[in-house]
Design a protein around this ligand. Sequence first.
Ligand code: URP
Ligand code: ZN
Ligand code: ZN
Length: 470
Amino acid sequence: METFDLIIANGTVATAADVFTADIGIRGGKIVQIGQQLTGATRTLDATGKYVLPGGIDSHVHLSQPQGGGAVIADDFESGTRSALFGGNTTVLPFCLQEKGVPIRETLKDYHAQAEGECYTDVSFHLIVSDPTEQLIGQDLPALIADGYASLKVFMTYEDLRLSDGEILQTLDTARAHGATVMIHCENEDAIRFLIDKHELAGEIAPRAHAATRPVAVEREATHRAISLAEIADVPIVIVHVSNGQSIEEIARGRARGLKIIGETCPQYLTLTAKDLEGMDWEGAKYVCSPPPRDEAAQAECWTGLENGTFDLFSSDHCPFRYDDDRGKLTPLGRKNFRHIPNGIPGVETRLPILFSQGVMAGRISLERFVALTATNHARTYGLYPQKGTIAIGSDADITIWDPEARRTIRHADLHDACDYTPYEGIEVTGWPETVVLNGAVVIDRGVLTGTKGQGRYCPATPKKTPANT
Ligand code: URP
Ligand code: ZN
Ligand code: ZN
């Protein structure tokens, strides 16, 4: 019998801490040796001239998530995880949205049933708290957190999802006691409603009005409030999809006060601006997401946050709606008013190439930081480390062999999701995932899918240790 199932030989291995030349020996789905000139494998992949990276972890994707108003998310677990895999990811974290009046365990069961046998990548779940009842806060969440659902998202916007400050505090308190991580969507719903009404009255109802109703102040104020609530509840939080420098300053100020505030930004805030919608009529709906992309100055501020460590996470916020579809961006019932456009854009397959090209190749961030921002920090933040997110003995053999010289122009025609456009159409990138190994199995082999759906597994998360769970 061979010593290894697989050796990845001669590559430049990168972790969040180091870059070095080594061979990686894999057996039984795990990394079992890191050394020089390893031999004795059933199969050897030659990674000469390539980077050998921990598989990407995208901790912010929306798959098969029910939407209000008749809209339907384009990707289910099959198409969403297939697209993620082609983009060099081996684990994704979608959301299970609590339905009001339905026991959350029932809803979770439904998500698991939809994911079962369909996934190309490993999957772990966040829970969205939309109705913090006594039952949920006092009974259900503590039990679910202990069972491996150790991250919760709360919203300060969207009429049907937003929580009051008091409800957020209750959720944070339960998270603190039981070791969950809370992600907060920071936008002030009352201010948004006020601005939407004003724009409607003025007859401004095209998609480009969306950004004007969610200005920086709406996000900055909510970010400040979320950080204050976290300070009061004495618990770390993640501020998700941060779009601008003023919100970044709030995070930095909170950190300077000694709070553990984790910041996340996304490709749309580096590559798109509100100007992209100028001169566009309904096609501007392709770029409608919240918070909206801002301007070039905000892009530069987000880059600074990635470079200086204010951001720990770079996620896609993949939330795809088909454009040419009345269950998508054309809006259910054909209601041609920006307020009815489902919020969200696709991006799970293009996240890594965009950050590699514009970050590493452009000299803005190191390769180690790229790994931290796209894999290691996601595993650490959401209770999957060191099983996931690193190249180390004993870790799952989730590895992406990266060609740093491959030049591509992003075209939706070449992607693998179930959407019908990409907001990144035409962007030129250098660097592309070539081969992907999931739990020791070669699932993308030099650009060709060799894995099968159902190969991806569910990974429960480990809650943080607290007096209540130790
Ligand atoms: O517009 C966005 N970001 N849609 C996805 C849902 C969310 O808020 O993350
Ligand atoms: Zn959000
Ligand atoms: Zn999202």
